[in-house]
Design a protein around this ligand. Structure first.
Ligand code: ZN
Ligand code: ZN
Length: 445
């Protein structure tokens, strides 16, 4: 499997003398498996160079697969400039997270409307097919792809790509759900269950490309922006037993010298752990070869584990129960979920009312404040999880809290049966993405 970086920068393209080595183009990575399957991960400005190379080195017709992690500009801006899409005879499959109010094709068409671009989506010369994805797996040729939502203020998918025993994992935009434990031993698991799930996702990667936009020192000013301090990326790679890690989504303000410093510091901390992990920084033009063995027969993907989103799955409906005694907080939740108009919001203000409302409404998800009158959120959570009705054992419960949680609090929260938690103040986009990913996840079973 061959991996080549065409765009490594996060947020906005940053060409110039300070980014000559690692590159100024936004996210785009080319992957080609031994059977010739061509994958393009993200469509930042880097995809322009890849497109030029493909049209000069490959005779049409050829086929490719373009996987978009999410629709922030730095991941789609190059899309209308990807020349292979305009060549008659070519066949392109475009994949991206479905399940928001707008689907993949509509979103991509949105940046090609009259005011933004002179050509519309309908004018591509090649045959283009659009596929909405959720969490799960699917196959392209000999390649098995698995997707998982990341923690980002937009519904975002990470990709795990496996072929002939080679494992490549791409996590362009992801923020740790929690920094705990702070004094983690090398290779130990994070405290937050969603961070553990993240580590499980990247487990055994031969090559992991991971968001490393910030440093831990910068992070307090960037909480909820959706990106990782590089130190956490190293911890995840170590915990997941990855062999090689490339820092990715470099901050636009990060110069080549800064990136070099970060890599050296990460290598030094890895050396001290005694673990084996090769740390590099993604660099435009850098090509990494991951040896593939003979393609083995794979187990078929069950319908319940498929990443394909059917039309009826793209817009979950039902009730969200919001439990909070703070009117301002309730207002913020309502505002954040305003666009979720297929969902009905039911609000109650204390723990006892929460239990009654849960039984009556049988909601699809509960947003539960920790500090509540009568019965606190932890007690409500425990009581629901013990209920004989199986619905309450699996319903996603998103705990929200205004207090600064320490490690014991987080443990208590998960021991009580919470699926996830958010600390106030979270951003509206963050809450909406979190809610939507839980709804899609639980709808998929
Ligand atoms: Zn990004
Ligand atoms: Zn993003």
């Amino acid at each position: 499997m061959r991996v080549r970086f065409w765009g490594t920068r996060g947020s906005i393209a940053k060409p110039g003398p300070s980014t000559l080595r690692y590159g100024g183009n936004t996210s785009c990575v080319e992957v080609e498996s031994a059977d010739g399957t061509l994958l393009v991960l993200d469509c930042g400005t880097g995809v322009h160079g890849l497109g030029q190379q493909l049209v000069t080195t490959r005779k049409p017709p050829f086929k490719g697969h373009l996987l978009v992690s999410h629709y922030h500009w730095d991941h789609i801006q190059g899309f209308p400039f990807f020349t292979p899409l305009f060549i008659p005879g070519n066949e392109w499959h475009i994949y991206g997270p479905g399940g928001m109010d707008q689907q993949l094709k509509t979103i991509l068409a949105g940046q090609m409307t009259y005011s933004y671009f002179p050509i519309t989506l309908e004018e591509f010369g090649s045959s283009v097919h659009y596929h909405n994805l959720g969490e799960g797996s699917f196959d392209i040729g000999n390649v098995r792809l698995t997707t998982q939502y990341t923690n980002h203020p937009a519904l975002t998918l990470a990709f795990r790509i496996e072929a002939g025993g080679a494992v490549f994992v791409y996590v362009p935009d992801h923020e740790p759900n929690s920094l705990f434990p702070l004094d983690s031993k090398p290779g130990s698991l994070p405290l937050h269950v969603q961070d553990r799930r993240h580590v499980e996702f990247l487990k055994g990667a031969d090559f992991l490309v991971h968001d490393a936009q910030y440093t831990l020192a910068e992070y307090p000013a960037k909480v909820s922006w959706g990106h990782s301090p590089y130190e956490k990326s190293v911890e995840y790679a170590l915990a997941g037993g990855a062999k090689r890690l490339a820092f990715f989504h470099h901050d636009p303000l990060r110069t080549d010298e800064d990136v070099e410093r970060i890599v050296l510091s990460a290598r030094e901390s890895v050396r001290k752990t005694g673990c084996k992990l090769d740390v590099i920084a993604a660099e435009e033009g850098l090509e990494i070869e991951i040896p593939e063995g003979r393609a083995k027969k794979r187990a078929a993907i069950k319908a319940s584990s498929s990443a394909w989103l059917g039309d009826d799955e793209t817009k979950p409906s039902g009730t969200i129960l919001v439990v909070d005694d703070d009117p301002l907080m309730v207002r913020l939740v309502e505002k954040s979920l305003e666009a979720e108009n297929a969902m009905r919001l039911v609000t109650v203000h204390d723990g006892e009312a929460a239990l009654k409302a849960a039984m009556k409404e049988r909601p699809a998800l509960i947003i539960l404040d920790w500090g509540l009158p009568k019965l606190d959120g932890i007690e409500v959570c425990r009581t629901l999880r013990k209920d004989k009705d199986s619905l309450f054992r699996k319903i996603p419960i998103l705990m929200v809290t205004g207090k600064r949680l320490d490690e014991k609090d987080i443990q208590k929260c998960f021991d009580a049966g919470a699926s996830d938690y958010l600390t106030k103040k979270f951003s509206p986009t963050q809450l909406r993405s979190r809610v939507r990913s839980w709804l899609l996840r639980s709808a998929a079973g």
